[in-house]
Design a protein around this ligand. Structure first.
Ligand SMILES: [Zn+2]
Length: 451
């Protein structure tokens, strides 16, 4: 899957929406290191939908290549993107020295990019390029995530959804539809799949935790640092305070996840859904509990081993493809009393995928590790709307009677086609699966292929 990157042009101005990096593949891929299909210095402005790497990962390269416009994003996205891009610069640096090549960018390039960044909140119309104004709405995907509507001087509007959330979320407000664009570009990552029910997912988490605690397990949770870790902490905190689980030590063993959680604490009081904001005001933190230990330094992390089980260790990376979880997998997977949770999608080729598929051993940091632990799969924790949610989003947006065409994008081709077909069949709307590199002309009266 390629990173999200869209160019919107009017007679006078040019702006980009997102500038992401391809994920789940070797960083050396041409899509990552190769040139942009436009001149970076010709772009007037960049709008960022949210802080995931596949939406922000190539911003420092864009700046290195000569982009000097302003970069707009919501205040939480600005904080989160700073963390994510600095983390990415570190990973790209290690990757580059292993491959003996120049890194795509370094931390100082991230700093330069942030000198160009301005925050733009939801629901404010702002002209950011000659003749082009933008308007952001919440998409309920991760903290700060936004859709972007772009309007020209004649009032013709095109909107891009960025990623659409798996609403309702316990933390974020539900996504807002986009009822006022002539053409709408929709994400379709889960365009052909359904998620498990959310009530089921919380009950299942509690049940397998309770089982694992009863057998004195060390419980390993490889988790994505952004949103999923905070959702897990929130549910754990609820279980413990409701007395639904015995109180056992929980280690958050990921510097990135610790810092992301601080940003969730900082902005949660104004960007979460109203009932969760109230909860924060009442209880202080909704992610903290007394026996949660955040192990920032390597020294603190190493000490986790001294704590007897049962205990829970949450660490990145989410598909066991790096980060600190590898150390704990090497230490605890050969132990039959261990329980490891596989949370959500595991890409082919990752250690997480092998573990999820029931392999008897897995290669971690160059050594083969025997798996005698119990492996429990958890479904339904995705931050993306499933095919039913995406269709509801399309329906709610089409209710504005202004959208003539919906493009399905940022998914696997089969998911994009499936969603487009359903939008056509169930909602009677024109739905198009665009190809990478295609140009479309959008006017008040028509949406058509250019050239
Ligand atoms: Zn995303």
């Amino acid at each position: 899957m390629t990173g999200s990157n869209f160019l919107i042009e009017s007679d006078k101005g040019k702006l980009l929406v997102d500038c992401g990096i391809e994920q789940g593949v070797d960083f050396a891929a041409a899509e990552v290191y190769g040139p942009f299909p436009y001149e970076a210095e010709d772009i007037d402005a960049l709008v960022v939908t949210h802080a995931h790497l596949d939406h922000v990962g190539r911003i420092p390269k864009l700046v290195k290549d000569g982009f000097r416009g302003k970069i707009y994003m919501t205040p939480p996205t600005k904080d989160l993107a700073g963390l994510i891009l600095r983390d990415s610069a570190g990973i790209l640096g290690e990757e580059a020295s292993r491959l003996g090549r120049m890194p795509l960018y370094e931390e100082q390039d991230v700093d330069t990019a942030f000198t160009l960044t301005e925050t733009l909140d939801y629901h404010i119309e702002k002209e950011i390029a000659p003749g082009l104004s933008v308007y952001l709405r919440n998409t309920g995907h991760i903290l700060g995530s936004a859709s972007v509507r772009i309007t020209d001087e004649e009032g013709t509007a095109v909107a891009l959804t960025g990623d659409i959330g798996n609403s309702p979320s316990p933390l974020l407000p539900d996504w807002e539809p986009v009822p006022d664009a002539n053409a709408l570009v929709m994400e379709s990552v889960y365009g052909d799949r359904l998620h498990d029910d959310k009530k089921t997912r919380v009950e299942r988490l509690r049940d397998i935790l309770s089982k694992a605690i009863a057998k004195n397990s060390t419980i390993l949770i490889p988790a994505f640092s952004l949103e999923r870790t905070q959702l897990m902490l929130y549910e754990l905190s609820n279980f413990f305070s409701a007395g639904e689980l015995p109180k056992i030590p929980v280690f958050l063993d990921s510097p990135l996840a610790i810092h992301v959680t601080e940003i969730y604490e900082k902005w949660g009081q104004t960007y979460f859904k109203p009932e969760t904001e109230d909860e924060m005001k009442r209880e202080g933190s909704i992610f903290e509990f007394p026996f949660l230990k955040k192990t920032l330094s390597r020294q603190q992390s190493a000490e986790i081993e001294k704590t007897p089980s049962p205990k829970i260790i949450i660490a990145g990376a989410g598909m066991s493809h790096g980060g600190r979880i590898g150390r704990w997998e090497a230490r605890y997977l050969p132990d039959p009393t261990t329980t490891l949770f596989v949370v959500g999608y595991q890409a082919p080729g990752t250690p997480g995928r092998r573990i999820a598929e029931g392999a008897s051993s897995v290669r971690i940091a160059g050594s083969e590790v025997r798996i005698r632990a119990t492996i429990e799969k958890l479904e339904g924790w995705s931050a993306h709307a499933d095919r039913a949610g995406l269709l509801r989003f399309a329906e709610a947006s089409l209710a504005g009677s202004r959208t003539t065409t919906i493009f399905t994008a940022i998914g696997e081709p089969s998911a994009e086609r499936f969603l487009a077909q359903r939008i056509h069949d169930y909602l009677g709307a024109r739905a198009v699966v665009p190809d990478l590199g295609q140009t479309w002309e959008i006017t008040k009266d028509s949406v058509s292929r250019a050239r």
